[in-house]
Design a protein. Structure first.
Length: 386
């Protein structure tokens, strides 16, 4: 309680200095736990609210595509707390193929889809208690890959115990499913670090893998590495990282991935959305920009029409099938990366996804947004919001 009083005194003084006032009727003081943004927050960490879990478990089987999209939206709001979420949702995401918002088409349920639906609901019941980030605590990222998916767990060491902070999961696309063991696990390592970069930048951390050759990967000669592998190694080299080998039988993430049943459908990309971690205080929640939303907005975007009509325009866009539904999205392609054209109606949301509480520099903001999207005059638009 004494620590709470000290923190409260600091907070109130800062508010006073800024001439800000609080609505007393909406404030609570001296509580051991509080409900915040769908989570129950206590000194031990944060987890889903019991009533949120109960309402989701009782969620009826969706009759239409619109209802299924709403259900997956609920699950993905808590995606950061759910290990291997991409694998669980793969069979359900195929129903969103070529769909739009408010799609009233019925869902054709089969046994595999029903099992995936129930497994998604159960994932909220089994969700892990997540710890609060501590700046002075050692951190590590445990990664692994199965034949069709990859996963990672961000953890910190407190009182000789590794505690989870967040989870990452992604589905391999058809080309990635043909990678060697080395390359699939290197991809899992690289994508996990990209996902958690908002937390890892500027900090020492350990990358843990159950594939021993990977711990020597940073010593590999650049002359012998294929271009894709070289790009991944160069990306990881910008971090202050140690590599550690942990046998699969001792690696919880590896064990979890190896026990996931393969999706009945052919290997596909990660679910039809892009993840961007948004930090709210010490809680990290991944907002979503869905590919169906991008496709719908592109169909109504007059600027895109002008770009496509201009053969001399700097942006060279072409239709690329993306996501588990193979949605037809206008993208700019280069070096094996497809970056969707982001219509004006969605650009403000992309800014807020990266800005968060960390207030990145203009340069960092440009880099992060450009990794995923393209549109005309991006640099000027980003500079205006910093």
């Amino acid at each position: 309680m004494r620590e709470h009083e000290v923190h409260l005194d600091i907070l109130l003084k800062r508010l006073q200095q800024a001439s800000l006032q609080l609505n007393y009727s909406k404030c609570v003081f001296g509580e051991e736990k509080v409900e915040f943004l769908g989570y129950l927050v206590s000194s031990a960490g944060y987890k889903l609210l019991a009533n949120k879990v109960e309402s989701t478990v009782e969620f009826p089987r969706s009759k239409t595509i619109e209802e299924l999209r709403r259900f997956l939206g609920i699950i993905n709001f808590y995606r950061n707390s759910i290990p291997h979420a991409a694998e669980m949702q793969a069979h359900l995401n195929k129903f969103l193929s070529d769909s739009r918002k408010n799609d009233k088409r019925p869902v054709d349920w089969d046994n595999s889809a029903i099992a995936a639906f129930e497994k998604c609901k159960q994932s909220l019941v089994d969700v892990t208690l997540l710890d609060f980030p501590r700046p002075d605590a050692p951190i590590r990222v445990i990664t692994d890959a199965s034949d069709t998916a990859m996963g990672g767990a961000l953890e910190q060491r407190v009182e000789e115990t590794w505690r989870p902070l967040a989870f990452f999961s992604g589905k391999f696309n058809p080309a990635q499913t043909r990678y060697s063991t080395f390359d699939s696990k290197l991809t899992a390592m690289t994508e996990s670090v990209k996902y958690f970069d908002y937390y890892l930048e500027g900090r020492k951390f350990t990358l843990v893998t159950d594939h021993k050759p990977l711990i020597y990967s940073h010593n590999q000669s650049h002359d012998k590495a294929p271009p894709r592998r070289l790009r991944q190694l160069i990306y990881l080299a910008q971090f202050e990282v140690n590599y550690e080998y942990l046998p699969g039988k001792s690696n919880d993430v590896a064990d979890a991935l190896s026990r996931i049943e393969s999706a009945p459908a052919e290997p596909i990309d990660e679910p039809a959305s892009c993840d961007f971690p948004l930090s709210i205080g010490s809680i990290t929640i991944p907002p979503r920009i869905d590919l169906p939303d991008i496709m719908s907005a592109q169909n109504e975007d007059s600027e895109l029409s002008d770009i496509l009509k201009d053969p001399n325009h700097k942006l060279k866009l072409k239709i690329i099938p993306l996501g588990s539904e193979n949605l037809k999205i206008y993208c700019e392609s280069g070096e094996g990366v497809n970056r969707p054209y982001l219509p004006a109606s969605l650009r403000k949301e992309s800014f807020s996804l990266y800005h968060g509480d960390a207030h990145p520099s203009t340069r960092a903001m440009k880099r992060r947004v450009k990794e995923h999207f393209v549109w005309p005059n991006m640099d000027k638009d980003i500079a205006r919001v910093i």
